[in-house]
Design a protein around this ligand. Sequence first.
Ligand SMILES: [Fe+2]
Length: 359
Amino acid sequence: MPKKPTIVIVDDDPVGLNTVISILGDIYNCVPIPSGIVALKFFEKHTADLVILDYNMPQMNGIEVLRALQENEKTDHIPVIFVTGVDDEDGEVSALREGASDYVLKPIRPTVLVTRVKNQLELYVHRMELQKLVDEKTADLNRVNEILTRREESTLNLLARITDMRDEDTGNHIMRTTEYTRVIVEAIYTNPRQGYFLNREQADSIVKCAKLHDLGKIAIPDKVLLKPGKLTPEEFEVIKKHPIYGEKFFADFIQATEDDPFLETAREITYSHHEKWSGAGYPLGLKGDAIPLSGRIVALADVYDALTSERPYKKAFTHEVAKDIITEDSGKHFDPYIVELFLANEQKFIEISKMRSSH
Ligand SMILES: [Fe+2]
């Protein structure tokens, strides 16, 4: 036998309570309650499948009790049937407007009350089943989403690692460049101004894609990329092609898939991170804000990390030296506003630059 549904009946008038109980008492588990305040106390510890509320009650009338039930997430889903006087048209209307499920008129006709209660309980069960289904599906979706997000993260990291290992394995370079990029991106996101605006998705995409900026180096021959000594001008020309190669990887993807802002950001960063504000960069010689904002941000992050890291041909510069070089290059290599943001957040850069594995 399934459990009998519990119905809370709230009425200040004992006669009214008894009438309802005499009609429903055999079918349901009825809980008579003499006032709205006591009803709310009851719901602090218990629950019910349905509430029958008298409209006219002293202290707290039916509408006030209904509102209180709706404001509490433990009770907001419980259907409420109002009991109103015949001459109380306002009561009926406002009860329904406030979200009551149904109402019955006094004097109560037993068959009407039984039918309405039955209907509301059935609806309630359906609604709960539907809600359960929605909750389950939402949980499934969230799980899948989490898995995909983690997988995306791993794939991006893997690609970045492959690029990095072929080049200069400088330990945590990817991670630091990502974090420097994040500092600038968040500064723009939280304090946008004309020409410097990122929505949440764009901001997240730039941070995620920053680590892929050198992906095109995969296509550079080992004898050039890994050459220990100084590069000849011809060899340097070969290196300078890596943004073009990177761009091509993503451009091919973008054509094959639907418009994807994430891939578009990756494409922008790969082709534009060696452009210079003055127009003297490569591969396209873009100038000023013709260079995508993402590329201008990653350019500074990448150079700052190169300056403050040890390389086979140089020692690591201190933050102060790197800062002087970058400040000197403001408006030449770098977007002046990005340099401003760098200076405003230099403590964060110093902290990030300390993240180094010991090898
Ligand atoms: Fe690069």
